[in-house]
Design a protein around this ligand. Structure first.
Ligand SMILES: C[S@@+](CC[C@H](N)C(=O)[O-])C[C@H]1O[C@@H](n2cnc3c(N)ncnc32)[C@H](O)[C@@H]1O
Length: 454
């Protein structure tokens, strides 16, 4: 039998059902941001807030599929000398990704149709950032795949990974098992799809999928309209999932360390893997307090029960995160926000009395914090351009400060409270003053939309 550096049935699936289904023409209307490829987020968590992306940044999208991460990275790095390398075994997926890039007039991507297991022989050099989302769990040997990516990473580079999570996909694995039994010997993909669709419509209310659909939108399978999604979820020929402990072992085996785990549209935000999000009683919290970080995250995963994906950054060594105590750093809103967002936040804070409650309609995320005496002043001067010191100096020079006479430590204490609250959803980041401001997603999309104005 001919040896291939990929699973033939996996390649065949993605030739027939490129995933996720994307229409290149949609690029004229919107930019699809992938959670962990926002450069402000990469900069904060992986490069201590110091990476200058205008200089020689090299990114790899391994198993780039129909191009979400590739396009998003390439768009953000448009006016730099960065290179983005896309690699995938599926020609059909690559064609869609290429068309998306063409609609956006992006020419900073190198396209390669190959297996990521071929990387050692492709002479691609090393990368500052590697994206590998939803791919490693489809390999026959995920450990070998991650080891190859680790070797392709610069010593100070970082990798953003998504692999499936075990417990949150319980329902998916039950349907996969059901489909294996019901479609045994059926070679026709479309017949398998028809069986699956029909079964999904008839699931009894006791079925795990129907129960979990209540909590997790990806489980709302019977309402999923595209075949691509159904095939990927329930008829996949090769997929495995990881518990938290398995995940840490997987990462460490490849010579990497887990920097930070991320939520996927979860109301808990960055507190998703924190057991104190779920356990409120001090007695039970005391029981887990002595556990190491990964065991605490394992506890949170088991308590939550519905975490279906682990999304995280890893690197050869864990970088330090920027600290608010470094007053020269610039606090700024994430790239989903634009200039008006600073003003609307200020208005919300001004209108609030004892607590500030913020709700982002677009993402449905909410947070709240106590309105401290200088919260209004902090948001008045927070503009993504001033450093923390400049914000504090502006407050100290203002007329109202003559009455309250705040000190730097007092202002820092108040700002820390705000920063921690906004960090739950990664709305506020810090960057070194030498790092260029990041272009917001609305502004990036405006440039593309202009190409198609009549
Ligand atoms: C679920 S899709 C994810 C696509 C993309 N990363 C995303 O998140 O939108 C999995 C992709 O991995 C690709 N793939 C599977 N095995 C691969 C391998 N050995 N080398 C490169 N790509 C592979 C498939 O062709 C498919 O496009």
């Amino acid at each position: 039998m001919e040896h291939t550096p990929y699973l033939p049935q996996v390649r065949e699936q993605y030739e027939n059902f490129p995933y996720p289904l994307r229409n290149p023409d949609d690029e004229k209307k919107r930019l699809y941001p992938t959670t962990i490829e926002c450069l402000d987020c990469i900069n904060y968590y992986c490069f201590s807030g110091k990476r200058d992306f205008t200089k020689d940044f090299r990114a790899l999208s391994a198993g780039g599929g129909t191009g979400d991460a590739t396009i998003f990275l390439a768009e953000q790095l448009r006016d730099t000398n960065a290179e983005i390398v896309y690699i995938d075994i599926s020609a059909a997926s690559m064609e869609i990704a290429k068309q998306r890039a063409a609609v956006r007039h992006l020419n900073n991507i190198k396209w390669i149709q190959a297996s990521l297991l071929d990387i050692p022989s492709l002479d691609l050099g090393v990368f500052d950032y590697i994206n590998c989302s939803g791919v490693l769990h489809h390999l026959a040997d995920p450990d070998a795949g991650l080891a190859i990516l680790s070797n392709a990473l610069k010593d100070n580079g970082a990798i953003g990974i998504m692999v499936y999570a075990q417990y949150g996909r319980t329902a998916v694995y039950q349907i996969q098992e059901l489909m294996r039994i019901m479609t045994r010997g059926e070679p026709d993909k479309h017949k398998k799809l028809a069986i699956c669709r029909s079964v999904l419509k008839q699931l009894p209310s006791t079925n795990w999928l129907r129960i979990s659909a209540h909590y997790n939108p990806i489980m709302k399978a019977p309402t999923i309209s595209d075949d691509f999604e159904i095939y990927d979820l329930f008829l996949h020929s090769q997929d495995r999932a990881y518990t938290i402990h398995q995940l840490y072992d997987f990462v460490e085996k490849a010579g990497l360390q887990t920097i930070q785990l991320f939520p996927q549209n979860d109301p808990e935000g960055m507190r998703l893997y924190d057991p104190s999000s779920y356990l409120k009683d001090s007695g039970t919290l005391d029981v887990i307090r002595h556990l190491d970080a990964r065991s605490q995250q394992a506890v949170a995963e088991l308590l939550h029960g519905m975490i279906a994906k682990h999304v995280f950054y890893a690197a050869k060594s864990i970088p330090t995160f920027p600290k608010l105590e470094n007053l020269d750093y610039i606090p700024f809103l994430d790239i989903l926000s634009n200039r008006e967002s600073y003003l609307s936040l200020y208005e919300v804070v001004c209108k609030s009395t004892e607590r500030v409650s913020i709700f982002n309609e677009q993402t449905q995320k909410r947070l709240s914090f106590v309105k401290t005496p200088h919260a209004e002043a902090i948001f008045k001067y927070l503009d993504g351009k001033r450093s923390t010191k400049e914000i504090f100096d502006a407050i100290l020079a203002s007329a109202s400060a003559q009455k309250t006479r705040p000190s730097y430590p007092r202002l820092l204490e108040e700002f820390k409270l705000i920063f921690d609250a906004l960090s739950v959803h990664n709305w506020l980041f810090l960057r070194d003053p030498k790092v260029h401001p990041f272009t917001s997603i609305p502004d990036m999309q405006k440039r593309v939309a202009q190409l198609y104005m009549d």
